[in-house]
Structure formats: C-alpha cells, structure tokens
Design a protein around this ligand. Structure first.
Ligand code: 5RP
Length: 222
C-alpha cells in the first residue's frame, strides 16, 4: 500500500470507530489535510445519521458543504462527541505536531471542546521524539520578527512560511531543528511568547485515540 492508500484505510477505520455512536442530533468535529479529506468523503455516505459538523478550515468546510453536510459555527454547539483529524507527527504518548496545513489554531480549539479526539495517521507519522517535522507556530503578523528571535532563544531555527496566510489572517513560522524532549512544557513556553496565537504541539491536550495505518493493518493506540 502506498501512503495515500494507508491514509484512506485509516480514515475508513475512523468511520467504523464512530458509526455505532452516531445520533441524529450529533455534531462532529472535522480536521484538515489529506487524511481528513478521505474521512470527509467516507463520512458523507452517512450524512443522514448525524446532524452536521464543525470544521477546522475553510478547505474542509467547502468539502463538507459539497457533500451537503451542514457546517456549524462552534459557538452554536454545546457538545462535540468526536473530533477526527490527522497529524504531522505523533509519539507514543499521542502527543502530536500538527499545522502542516496551517489550520492549527482552529484545530486546537476544536480538540479542546471535543470529548474524544481521534487522530488518523499513516505509519510515517509515528516517531520516537517529536521535532523532525518543523513545528508550525501561528503568529500575529506584526510580531513575526520578535517571535522569531524568541524561538531562536528556545533553540529552534524558525523559517517564515512564504505566501501562507492562515484562515485567521496570520502568519506561520516553521521551527526547524527542535528535538522536543518535553512537548508539554515546550507547548506552554511557546504559547507564552507575546504575539504567538498558538503552536502546533498538541501535548497538553493530546489525542485520545490514534488510528495508525500500517502495512499490517490499522492499529488502534490509546
Ligand atoms: C493541518 C494538519 C494536518 O492534520 C496535518 O498536516 C496532516 O496532514 P495530512 O493528513 O495531509 O498528512 O495539522 O493543519
């Protein structure tokens, strides 16, 4: 199986995971990226079995709407049973790096609200130590240089993601060469830099379940 086939198999496993729990009034949180895209396509067949979704990006919103699935403002939703999303890296504790698609802030908000965060990823995303994938940091535009200097003090090597404006109108700095030994602490430290909206470490609120697509099948890790 190639990487896309593994992503698709993982997305289908997530659908099987949530199907027994679907209820007519249920709203589901949806992530962003190619694995999430496979999930949205699979979910569409069951659109009459739940109410609708909240979405972490304009791209996912557009895809959901193209399937006729209602998309709600998170402020109008009091309960989210599931949030399904991909990741750029995961460690054995289900701490994640996310934000390769620049949707990290909305993703983190939805993850905070959701009762159960199901991460869907192919096996290339599983690592021993997070940080080989550059850590995305969403930054208020006027703070870009200041935040960059602060990230250098933390040992990173930030690079401005050229030509990318987030759905929130901000910029992304990708931080290279970080060997992230303590993801919980680093997530808090980076978030405390003035001008940072959020960073792509999902460690203080990790995934609850990881469905990992491998050549030997989809493994469920908790
Ligand atoms: C977007 C994300 C994605 O979940 C992450 O980049 C993984 O993407 P893909 O499923 O395409 O490999 O965090 O901001």
């Amino acid at each position: 199986m190639n990487q896309d086939q593994l992503k698709k198999a993982t997305a289908e496993a997530a659908l099987q995971y949530i199907l027994p729990h679907l209820e007519k009034d249920m709203v589901i949180g949806i992530g962003t990226g190619s694995t999430a895209r496979f999930f949205i396509d699979a979910l569409a067949e069951y659109k009459d079995d739940f109410d609708g979704c909240v979405s972490s990006s304009e791209a996912s919103t557009e895809q959901l709407k193209s399937h006729g699935i209602p998309v709600y403002d998170l402020n109008t939703v009091s309960e989210l049973r599931f949030y399904i999303d991909g990741a750029d890296e995961t460690n054995e504790h289900l701490h994640l790096i996310k934000g390769g698609g620049a949707a990290l802030t909305r993703e983190k908000i939805i993850a905070a609200v959701a009762q159960e965060f199901i991460c869907i990823a192919d096996e290339s995303k599983a690592v021993g130590v997070l940080g080989e994938f550059p850590l995305p940091v969403e930054v208020i535009p006027m703070a870009r240089s200041y935040v960059g200097r602060e990230l250098v003090k933390l040992g990173g090597d930030p690079a401005y993601r050229e030509g990318v404006v987030t759905d929130n109108g901000n910029m992304i700095l990708d931080v290279w060469n970080m060997k992230i030994m303590n993801p919980v602490e680093l997530e808090q430290k980076i978030n405390s830099i003035v001008g940072v909206v959020t960073n792509g470490l999902f460690a203080n609120r990790p995934a609850d379940v990881l469905l990992l697509g491998t050549k030997d099948g989809v493994k469920t890790l908790t």
